[in-house]
Design a protein around this ligand. Structure first.
Ligand code: GAR
Length: 202
């Protein structure tokens, strides 16, 4: 039987993408969510984790940037991939080094537009509306040492009308995220596994 991949989800906010990913993969035998890591005790994702029966791990800035606690925990859980689903802190170099091309992020705009420090959630949608853009979308990308600058894996677009508000745009973006994020994760994991298998058989 093929080994199941283990992912860790990092989230800072509501966690609706984390929930969607968990529900999409439940019972499929492709991957399991080892834990949901969260940097804010006020995040609703903690409640979602509880309801989903997934362990939540709360951490602070000090342990994230200045200790190896999280890396040790990820290794103990044998995590293969890290998925950022609404996670707002920059990923430190030690994690990038330990998970090369194994950390992916979802951003609620068509990068390279509307990315960078401070561009998250509603702020992105407000900027898109203020610029009178006629389209927006989602970007799923590898994570590097800069905010929102890693190699793009996948993008999907939606159109904007003149009556769109940041809230209505957020709803369109979430719809795209729920539709595509789990599928892209699944494809990535499968193709990486295929590459690993063929490497082992040469
Ligand atoms: C999502 O729209 C995600 O793309 C965005 O935060 C939202 C989290 O929603 N991420 C960023 O803005 C990162 N720069 P959720 O907590 O309901 O999944």
């Amino acid at each position: 039987m093929k080994p199941v991949s283990r992912i860790a989800i990092f989230a800072s906010g509501s966690g609706s993408n984390a929930q969607r990913i968990a529900e999409y993969f439940a019972g499929k035998g492709i991957l399991e969510i080892s834990a949901i890591y969260c940097n804010s005790s006020a995040s609703y994702v903690l409640e979602r984790a509880r309801l989903l029966g997934i362990q939540a791990i709360l951490f602070d800035r000090e342990s994230f940037y200045n200790t190896s606690d999280i890396l040790v925990d990820l290794r103990e859980r044998k995590v293969d991939w890290i998925v950022l689903a609404g996670f707002l802190w920059l990923i430190p170099a030690y994690l990038l080094k330990s998970f090369p091309n194994r950390i992916i992020n979802i951003h609620p705009a068509l990068l390279p537009k509307y990315g960078g420090k401070g561009m998250y959630g509603a702020k992105v949608h407000e900027a898109v509306i203020a610029s009178h853009d006629t389209e927006s979308g989602i970007t799923i990308h590898y994570v590097n040492e800069q905010y929102d600058e890693g190699q793009v894996i996948f993008q999907a677009k939606c159109t904007l009308t003149e009556t769109d508000t940041p809230e209505s745009l957020a709803a369109k973006i979430h719809e795209l995220e729920y539709k595509y994020f789990p599928v892209v994760i699944s494809d990535l994991i499968r193709s990486k596994k295929r590459r690993d298998t063929s490497r082992n058989t040469i």
